[in-house]
Design a protein around this ligand. Structure first.
Ligand code: NDP
Ligand code: 8X3
Length: 251
């Protein structure tokens, strides 16, 4: 029987590509995000390939998260794979110039939101004795770069939570692992630069960035390993990237 997968941030970028990749393999999909129209379009696109439902919530709102999960139709309730992908950078500023609104957004979405979504699903996984959690971290969770301060802190927190989850859930046989990408060409920079499309485009110019489909392939590979194999922590960068903020634009 096909497994049930919940993907946060399925309305764009890595989450969207993952939804499309997983639909091809027949996974049952719960697609989450705030932009309902995009989720509806994606559901229509994928429904001929697999069973799809959508959930609309802001990961920052714990009550909304809980209510959304409780509202799932019975046939989608036994979530077996959780892909914690929703997240963004907000701003790129020296620490002395950064906005506390941006700091709150990054910590509330990337860290607390991930926890709010995970806990009720983890409880279901423990009850059902079946679960695999993929946390989308970042190279920014392994290294820090100038002006990356709070985004890097949020992704370092994801790194710690990934390790902690793996330890705490090990006794329950639940697999936990992180995929940590470098530069992926998505709407990430558009969000970071608050809709400034020209500035966002520059981020991916002069080299071949990773595409969201590259990460979707890796996530699919990770969750289709035999049960005794857990990909615990994987870092993937474009060939032109040597580390956080280290891009060879002439390559
Ligand atoms: P996108 O901006 O393309 O997608 C972000 C997704 O997160 C959207 O679907 C958005 O949906 C969702 N999201 C954002 N805020 C919230 C919120 N408050 N509540 C619910 N959903 C939310 O970026 P990416 O695909 O690149 O980002 C996905 C993940 O990958 C993030 O965790 C990011 O940190 C990580 N990452 C990205 C890299 C990159 O270079 N692009 C590199 C390394 C990691 P909606 O707006 O509809 O709610
Ligand atoms: C996204 C990659 O280097 O822009 O997590 O922080 S980076």
């Amino acid at each position: 029987m096909s497994k049930t997968v919940l993907i946060t941030g399925a309305s764009s970028g890595i989450g969207l590509a993952t939804a499309r990749r997983f639909a091809k393999e027949g996974f049952k999909l719960i697609l989450c995000g705030r932009r309902q129209e995009r989720l509806d379009d994606l559901k229509s696109e994928l429904s001929s390939q697999t069973e799809v439902t959508t959930l609309n919530f802001d990961v920052r709102d714990q009550q909304a998260v809980n209510e959304a999960l409780e509202s799932l139709p019975t046939e989608f309730k036994a979530i077996q794979i959780l892909i914690n992908n929703a997240g963004n950078a907000h701003g790129l500023d020296y620490i002395q110039e950064g906005s506390s609104t941006d700091w709150d957004a990054m910590l509330d979405i990337n860290v607390k939101g991930l926890l709010y979504v995970s806990q009720p699903i983890i409880r279901t996984m423990i009850k059902n004795n079946d679960g695999h959690i993929i946390n989308i971290g970042s190279t920014a969770g392994k290294e820090v770069y100038p002006k990356g301060n709070v985004y890097c802190a949020s992704k370092h927190a994801v790194d710690a939570i990934n390790k902690g989850m793996r330890m705490d859930l090990n006794a329950h046989g639940i697999r936990v692992g992180a995929i940590n990408p470098g530069m992926v060409e998505t709407e990430f920079s558009k969000v970071r630069f608050k809709g400034d499309e020209d500035r966002a485009e520059q981020v991916y110019k002069g080299y071949k960035a990773l595409q969201p489909e590259d990460i979707a392939d890796i996530i699919l590979f990770t969750v289709t390993r035999p049960y005794h194999v857990n990909i615990a922590d994987l870092v993937v960068m474009p060939t032109a990237q040597a580390g956080s903020g280290m891009i060879n634009k002439s390559s």
